[in-house]
Design a protein around this ligand. Structure first.
Ligand SMILES: Cc1cc2nc3c(=O)[nH]c(=O)nc-3n(C[C@H](O)[C@H](O)[C@H](O)COP(=O)(O)OP(=O)(O)OC[C@H]3O[C@@H](n4cnc5c(N)ncnc54)[C@H](O)[C@@H]3O)c2cc1C
Length: 268
């Protein structure tokens, strides 16, 4: 239950309130929906940071810089965004939710089925965050996700020339939680995959980089989809639930990975 709602006027006030034990609220599509279903412990004091967060989406040098307050719909509508990221935003099928759900909230919620997190991880994105303790810091997305702290201000996605990236998602219906998600990024040099990064969701409590899967294909030419599926399948283990059996989810993940690797190659 939310006991207290507080909307600070400045970032400093927000950081102080969070340091005193408050919980940040941006769009509220995770925090409040989860609470409504009784899946969260007592939230206590909510600190509404929604109006304090940057919302711009712009290309700065070799990076796409996304304000943490940008919504999924902002991403989907942004001409600065690469098509893969716009497509990832559109995997949140419900427009009402896209209008509220923020990029920072997607990182803060850090759900296994998150739509944006796998692409951020595969692309080698970094994020800028602030705590009460000092000035803002920039760290790789995976580092912040491993030990979240403070308020995320922005995400910087590298747009290095020649890097091919693609993501894919499987779910029972368009509006359902994802069964699994995948994103990959690599360079193709003389037909060889270089610098491959693979991120997957649905195979653990959080979406995560999968160095073990990347190692299967790094430094090699891209195999046929059937071969990728066969090689990747033994490394994918999922928990059965109402969205599918463990065997189904693993098989689905292997297919998604093959699809994403080939979709990225098709961009070359
Ligand atoms: C109907 C419905 C459909 C959904 N579909 C999808 C989907 O397809 N894909 C998907 O990924 N998610 C989905 N979600 C979950 C949710 O919408 C996303 O996780 C969303 O990105 C959360 O953003 P928010 O701004 O609403 O975050 P909030 O609910 O406000 O906050 C989420 C968490 O992040 C923290 N937080 C918020 N902003 C920041 C910040 N700037 N810095 C640090 N921490 C922060 C909060 O404290 C909280 O713990 C869905 C939710 C609903 C209700």
């Amino acid at each position: 239950m939310v006991k207290e709602y507080y909307r600070p006027g400045t970032m400093e006030e927000a950081l102080a309130a969070l340091a005193a034990g408050g919980t940040a609220l941006a769009g509220g599509t995770f925090l409040l929906a989860g609470e409504a279903h009784g899946t969260k412990p007592d939230i206590g004091r909510i600190v509404d940071i929604g109006k304090l967060l940057p919302t711009g989406i712009e290309r700065t040098g070799a990076f796409l810089v996304i304000g943490a307050g940008a919504t999924f719909q902002d991403l989907a509508d942004s001409k600065a965004c690469p098509p893969q990221l716009r497509a990832a935003a559109m995997t949140m099928a419900n427009r009402n939710t896209r209008n509220r759900a923020t990029v920072g909230g997607n990182l803060g919620a850090n759900k296994s089925c998150a739509s944006l997190v796998p692409l951020f991880l595969a692309a080698g994105a970094s994020l800028e965050f602030r705590t009460e303790a000092g000035p803002s810091r920039s760290v790789p997305v995976e580092s912040w996700l491993a030990a979240p702290e403070g308020i995320v201000l922005s995400v910087s996605v590298p747009l290095a020339a020649g890097v091919l990236a693609a993501g894919s998602r499987a779910s029972r219906t368009a509006c359902d939680l994802a069964t699994c998600t995948t994103a990959v990024a690599y360079r193709l040099e003389a037909g060889i995959l270089k610098g491959l990064r693979v991120a997957m969701g649905g195979f653990g409590p959080r979406a995560a980089l999968r160095a073990d899967l990347a190692a299967l294909f790094e430094g090699k030419s891209l195999p046929a989809k059937e071969t990728i599926e066969a090689i990747a399948l033994p490394l994918l283990s999922a928990k059965a639930d109402h969205r599918g059996s463990a065997a189904y989810k693993s098989r689905r993940g292997a297919v998604l990975l093959a699809d994403a690797l080939h979709a990225a190659e098709a961009l070359s």
